[in-house]
Structure formats: structure tokens, C-alpha cells
Design a protein around this ligand. Structure first.
Ligand code: NAP
Length: 283
């Protein structure tokens, strides 16, 4: 019998705990916790993400500073803003909403964000520290997946984990977190040979591909834990994951749904990282 990991419920629990902790922080230090969100241009999906992040901040008591810069913003204007936010004591975390317009160099802009304020966990310092298994800010989506394992007491040590996808924001940090938790990890990608066999060997299977119904029931081992990070539009236009949920679930011990699985955990971990940056600035 499988169990569905309810990301929405877990996210709500973590947010309510965070709200209490943030309120305590504010009364202990007589200070707000601030997150700066920088967006350039009018990408409609980014506008929705930014709105959701700001709303989530408000709900837990984090003060947000939103910077909506026009499409024609120059590299220098963007970088000047990031330098000033890097220095600003009111700002504990800085998030640059990606993608930036094509003419801007995201890599050089992101380098300006100090690693202590890098709440996305994308900086070379944070990625390097993660690979050394030392204290750092971890990319929000894979960190949210780790909280899901923790909430269900799913042990990872000695387990065979397969991650499909090797992006910097999901696949690679996910693999590193699983390795740090003593799983034996295989990372698959578009050039992987024998993907099905690799997946069939997985006790823990994480799909971060970006293709609807990519993981089918014949790729899943009996009793596996299946985590679906994908966010795709199915043929009917509805949000769906990378996993053929209806068929795969019968074979799993645990599975995450889409929507209501990993998705709600991502913004929650952004709030968590922002709180952590504030706490660390006091220690
Ligand atoms: P991405 O950068 O496009 O990476 C996709 C990965 O899948 C790549 O490593 C690619 O391999 C691999 N891949 C593509 N086709 C494959 C195939 N046929 N066989 C094996 N591997 C294949 O995507 P991403 O940013 O990691 O995101 C992945 C999915 O997660 C998307 O649906 C995205 O919307 C979703 N997502 C969800 C959240 C959330 O909060 N739930 C957050 C972030 C992303 P190559 O490297 O060889 O190209």
C-alpha cells in the first residue's frame, strides 16, 4: 500500500512553525527579517512566482523589498542595485528572479550576491560548501524534498537513489544532498544509457526532467519512494509532474503528487533560508 506525501500540508506546518520563530526573532532582536526580490522585465511566469514569494513572506512575517526593474535595465543598473542590497543591513536575503532578459549576464550579476544572503543557494560558495557537506544555504527545491523524507522518517542511509536530471537548481544539489545523507547515488540525464534499468534499481527515485508522464510504471521498483519534481502542462492544460502518477503509485511505498507535492515546499524553503540567514547574522 502506498502513501502520498502531502507537500501542501507539510509546507503549511513548516510555515506555521517559521511564523512563530520569526515573531520570536523580531521581539528578541527588535528587528525585521528582510528579503529583497529583484525582477527584471515582464516575464508573466516570473511575475506570478514573484507575487507568490512576496505573499508567502507576508504570511510568515518576513518583510519583502520588491524591485521590479524595466526590460531595458542595463547590466550596470542591475549590478549597482545588487551591490547596494549586498551592503544593506535590513536585507537578510537577496533573490534574483530568473530568467533575466537575454541581454543581461545573469552569472556575473549573481556573483554580486554575498553567499550569506544567497537564499536560492546558487552561489559557487554555497554549492561548494554543499559538496563538502558543511553549513550552507541549500537550493530550495531539493532542500524541500529532504524535508519530505524527514517528515516521513524515510531512511536514506545505504539506499540506492537515482536522480533523473542534472540541472544546477534541482538535479545536482538533490544528488549531493542524498549523497551527504549516505545514499548511493546515480545521476541520470539525456545521454544516460539504460535509463530504465538504472531507475529499476532505485529505492529512492527523484524525477526532475520536465516531461509529462516520463516515468512509467515499468521503470519503478516495487516499494520504491518516488519524488516527482516536474511541473508540466499535460494535454488537458492541467499542471502535472514527470511521473505517470496513477499507474506508478500502486508500485510505490511513498509518492509525491503534482500539484500538492514538491511545489509548495519550494517557496517554504525560501522562507526558511531567509530566516536562517537572519539567525546566522546574529551568531
Ligand atoms: P532542466 O534544467 O531542463 O533539466 C532537465 C534535466 O532532465 C536535464 O539534466 C536533462 O538532461 C534531463 N533530461 C531531459 N530529457 C531526458 C531524457 N530523455 N532522459 C533522461 N534525462 C533527461 O530542468 P530543471 O530546472 O531541473 O527542472 C526540471 C523539472 O522540475 C521541470 O518540470 C521544472 O518545471 C520542475 N521544477 C519544479 C520545481 C518545484 O518547485 N516543484 C522547481 C524547479 C523545477 P541533460 O542535462 O543531458 O540535458
Amino acid at each position: 500500500m502506498y502513501k502520498i506525501i502531502d507537500g501542501k500540508k507539510l509546507a503549511a506546518n513548516i510555515r506555521s512553525e517559521l511564523k512563530k520563530n520569526i515573531s520570536e526573532y523580531k521581539s528578541n532582536f527588535n528587528e525585521e527579517i528582510g528579503l529583497a526580490v529583484v525582477m527584471v522585465g515582464n516575464n508573466p511566469a516570473s511575475q506570478v512566482y514573484v507575487r507568490n514569494k512576496i505573499k508567502a513572506c507576508e504570511e510568515v512575517g518576513i518583510k519583502s523589498y520588491a524591485f521590479y526593474l524595466p526590460e531595458e535595465t542595463s547590466q550596470k543598473q542591475l549590478e549597482d542595485l545588487l551591490y547596494s542590497l549586498a551592503e544593506d543591513k535590513k536585507v537578510n536575503g537577496i533573490l534574483v528572479q530568473l530568467p533575466l532578459p537575454e541581454k543581461l549576464n545573469a552569472e556575473s550579476a549573481l556573483k554580486i550576491v554575498p553567499f550569506e544572503k544567497d537564499v536560492d543557494g546558487f552561489s559557487a560558495e554555497n554549492v561548494g560548501k554543499l559538496s563538502q557537506n558543511s553549513e550552507c544555504l541549500v537550493a530550495c527545491t531539493p532542500n524541500g524534498v529532504m524535508k519530505m523524507f524527514e517528515s516521513e522518517n524515510i531512511s536514506l542511509s545505504g539506499k540506492k537513489a537515482v536522480v533523473i536530471g542534472r540541472s544546477d537548481i534541482v538535479g545536482k544539489p538533490m544528488a549531493m544532498l542524498l549523497l551527504n545523507a549516505n545514499a548511493t547515488v546515480t545521476v541520470c540525464h539525456s545521454k544516460t544509457q539504460n535509463l530504465k534499468e538504472e531507475c529499476l534499481s532505485a529505492d529512492i527515485l527523484v524525477a526532475a526532467v520536465g516531461k509529462a508522464k516520463f516515468v512509467t510504471v515499468d521503470m519503478v521498483k516495487e516499494g520504491a519512494v518516488v519524488i516527482d519534481v516536474g511541473m508540466n502542462r499535460g494535454e488537458n492544460g492541467k499542471l502535472c509532474g514527470d511521473v505517470d502518477f496513477e499507474n506508478v503509485k500502486k508500485k510505490c511505498s511513498y509518492i509525491t503528487p503534482v500539484p500538492g507535492g514538491v511545489g509548495p515546499m519550494t517557496i517554504t524553503m525560501l522562507l526558511y533560508n531567509t530566516y536562517i540567514t537572519a539567525l546566522r547574522s546574529k551568531s
